[in-house]
Design a protein around this ligand. Structure first.
Ligand SMILES: [Zn+2]
Length: 243
């Protein structure tokens, strides 16, 4: 507990003194992409990549952006019972097989649009910088660290940066922005209303069928938040289509 309070204090001090002007110092875009390349390779190495869904993924991805922010999106499916999907700032998009087993193509597509949204809107870059900021604060504060025996905690926090990208520990605001990105993208397609509403039905399925999965609880937070996201999606579709 003491450790967490100190980390919090170090982060607060860093944020108070650095502000947004120095955010670049917490990691250039190139450094962030290099770090994401490494994290993505590590996750691939310890996961089971399946090609069972390749044909379906090709159909699902048709018409979605192939690159965002100068990064070409590359996909793989992990064989796992967790219902999850995530994207890193280097364009590494990973989908878990349980998600493909339980959602229909339109719903998976909406989830992919959401993940692409996090990359396009640079949410993960912001998150990397925040976590890097924490790590830098920890290293700079090694005197504090040594007092409580947590010297060198910086590298752990960098690993946590990758972990938190994967568990999608974004704020409700960023989740809603990513939902909106997906909805707006899908509304432009033929039969857009149906495709955009798949974002809402994907959220409903994930929260009801995924109950008990700790990964999902982290991904979607508590239920009132998810209900609010579903309502937001439905209202956004209604505002755009009039029904
Ligand atoms: Zn998200």
């Amino acid at each position: 507990m003491k450790k967490l309070i100190l980390i919090g204090a170090a982060a607060a001090a860093l944020l108070a003194t650095s502000g947004c002007a120095n955010m670049e110092a917490l990691g250039s875009d190139q450094q962030i992409v290099t770090s994401a390349n490494q994290s993505c390779r590590q996750y691939d190495a310890k996961s089971t990549i399946t090609h069972r869904y390749d044909d379906r993924m090709r159909v699902i991805r048709q018409g979605l952006p192939q690159q965002v922010g100068g990064q070409v999106l590359n996909y793989a499916v992990y064989q796992t019972n967790d219902m999850n999907a995530w994207a890193m700032p280097n364009g590494c998009v990973r989908v878990y097989s349980a998600l493909l087993d339980r959602l229909n193509n339109d719903e998976v597509r909406a989830v992919l649009g959401h993940e692409i949204g996090h990359v396009a809107l640079r949410h993960s870059v912001q998150q990397y910088r925040t976590n890097n900021g924490l790590a830098i604060a920890m290293n700079a504060g090694s005197a504090i660290g040594s007092l409580v025996g947590i010297g060198g905690a910086g590298s752990d926090l960098l690993q946590q940066a990758a972990y938190s990208a994967i568990t999608a520990q974004y704020s409700q605001r960023l989740e809603t922005e990513a939902d909106n990105y997906s909805v707006d993208l899908l509304l432009k397609e033929p039969d857009g209303r149906k495709k955009a509403l798949a974002m809402a039905s994907a959220l409903k399925k994930i929260t009801t069928e995924g109950e008990g999965s700790s990964m999902l609880q982290k991904m979607f937070g508590d239920h009132p938040d998810t209900r609010e996201r579903i309502r937001n999606v439905e209202e956004r579709v209604k505002a755009a289509t009039g029904k």
